[in-house]
Design a protein around this ligand. Sequence first.
Ligand code: FE2
Length: 385
Amino acid sequence: MSLTAFSFPTRTLFGVGAIQELPSHLARLGVRRPLVVTDPGLVSTDAFRALTALLGPAGCNREWFLFGQVHPNPIEDDVRLAAALMREKGCDGVIAFGGGSPLDAGKAARLLAKSPGFPLARFYDEPADWTGLAPLIAIPTTAGTGSEVGRSSVITLDATKRKAVLFHPELLAKLVILDPELTVGLPPKLTAATGADALTHCLESYTCPAFHPMCDGIALEGIRLIVDALPRAFRHGADLDARGKMLVAAAMGAVAFQKDLGVVHSLAHPLSTLCGMHHGTANALCLVAGMRFCAARQPGLYRRVGLACDLDVLRCTDPEADQRTIEFMARFLADLGLAGRLRDFGAKPELLEALTAQAWEDPCHKTNAVPVTRDDLRALYAELL
Ligand SMILES: [Fe+2]
């Protein structure tokens, strides 16, 4: 029998107003000079003002510094410049604040602050010194990637111009603060797209064949929460109950996908790198076709997903259970404005071969519920474009 490691280690503080606890946790972690890592779009938001109000003016027993230049898809320079600022200012901790990009850049900056010359392009070849890294507090302002509870950081490397997944347990945050009030300003379109990313994480991790019943349970409950809360968060952005459930569900999706993901993420990644499509939108537009592809080869795969969506699929045949669940998902996404052809959302049909080549190189489809060939990927794109 093979051995499997189960790990759910991140301390998470959840609730409306949870951010008010930040100062006491900075003190608990011994952080007196934190660097706030975020992106330019966030610094003018109410969420950011809530953070800075808590950190207070510099100089009263604590100083804090800001790196607010993280790109939408973080690049090596984001990590390097944030790390250089940490060293210059003597920062002893990082507060990563925002969507997945600032969180990923903030995670990795701690490594380069400790070892400035470390080559990120050779992350898996060069031994890194992970001891004594500055602690990270992750505060998401979107409910999608779940990067706050992940132990990886996705950075576009200078050398290859492609996204690399840097994975290490020491990248984990010491504390995650999930405060629904910080996400109420997220516009409906982004609420839908980021929420669809979380939904895809739950769906693909649940159907990934690896043995991990704990993640399976978390993924199914994440689906139940998203089906209930995402339409409400989309229509009524100030619904704190819906916003809170989405934040938790996004974190659950990311916890679950330590099991791995599937073909939908392999289709989605090139749509972002080659066509600039939002990652969540790309997942949403590929999800139903991906589910049909998997269900045709493994009937019954989505019965328990259907049950999590409160559908009456307990006693019907396997193909019927799949069909009802897939039809439900198609309607669910369409109601969020996430239906249509890829070309309507910025994809270029003439890139079919380039998209196929990148999707084939992407590792996610290797852990899909059913085997995927290069021709399958091309056929799926051809159907979707
Ligand atoms: Fe994703």
